[in-house]
Design a protein around this ligand. Structure first.
Ligand SMILES: [Fe+2]
Length: 256
């Protein structure tokens, strides 16, 4: 356990010098390529030191199994007329998580419940996000905007509580819990509106948890999601905020 904690801390906080012009170019390319499509807002907390960009030499990219994974996901989703869930599930399950593969995407922010880091996306088809969960923190109870969501645990463990979706939110009392499961590293799970609502929590008090989320189509990024109050059952619609990083790069502070 101590090794895992040390490993993730190193992965989340390590700094790699960017004197290498190829690395600098890759960072710049990431910013300019995504600033056009990201839903930037000015409502998030200032980026703390722990969210400083982390980059790795390009030479490691071509053989990085995590890169192979998102390339394979992209290939599957761009060559089938609709998402082939067994293939996507199999790809995620076959990948064996190692922080050295994905740490450039893992930007922690202890001021938030979790951070949302864009790994890759094809507009209209999917987005792939790496979420870093602050110790002891949870997501709101939410729906999935009529999209498929596949989640793989990359580090630590995650508690998922599922709830029945109320037919008329706010009129029938507390949400009804339908399952309560804990998933450890490399486990893959599937969620969609047809299965209800869920809440995700990192129960560890000391260790960040990291999970990979594939959303197809990327509806939530376009039209937002509904958040639910577990006690009253009430729902409210919210748009998602800006990504905490895009392809491994933390965006510059918002203006205004
Ligand atoms: Fe979710």
């Amino acid at each position: 356990m101590a090794f895992l904690k040390t490993g993730i801390t190193r992965a989340l906080r390590s700094r790699v010098p960017t004197q290498n012009p190829l690395v600098r170019a890759e960072i710049q390319r990431g910013i300019t390529a995504t600033a056009k499509t990201a839903n930037w807002t000015s409502t998030t907390s200032p980026t703390p030191q722990s969210s400083t960009p982390v980059s790795f030499p390009l030479s490691a990219t071509s053989t990085n199994p995590f890169t192979t994974l998102h390339n394979d996901i992209t290939h599957s989703l761009t060559t089938t007329p609709s998402p082939h869930l067994p293939t996507l599930h199999s790809l995620l399950r076959a990948y064996s998580s190692d922080p050295t593969h994905w740490s450039k995407y893992a930007h922690a922010n202890p001021q938030k419940q979790y951070t949302r880091n864009l790994v890759c996306a094809v507009p209209g088809l999917f987005n792939l996000l790496l979420l870093v969960w602050t110790p002891g923190r949870a997501s709101p109870i939410h729906d999935h905007a009529s999209a498929h969501c596949l989640m793989k645990i990359l580090q630590g463990s995650i508690r998922e509580r599922r709830f029945a979706t109320p037919a008329h939110p706010g009129t029938s009392g507390p949400l009804v819990e339908t399952s309560n499961l804990k998933f450890g590293r490399d486990k893959v799970t599937y969620m969609a509106d047809s299965l209800g609502l869920h809440e995700i929590k990192n129960e560890s008090e000391v260790e960040y948890a990291v999970s990979l989320h594939l959303y197809t189509p990327p509806n939530a990024a376009v039209r937002g999601v509904r958040l639910f109050d577990g006690v009253s059952g009430e729902a409210r619609h919210v748009m998602q905020g800006e990504y905490d990083s895009v392809r491994g790069v933390v965006p510059p502070p918002s203006r205004g």
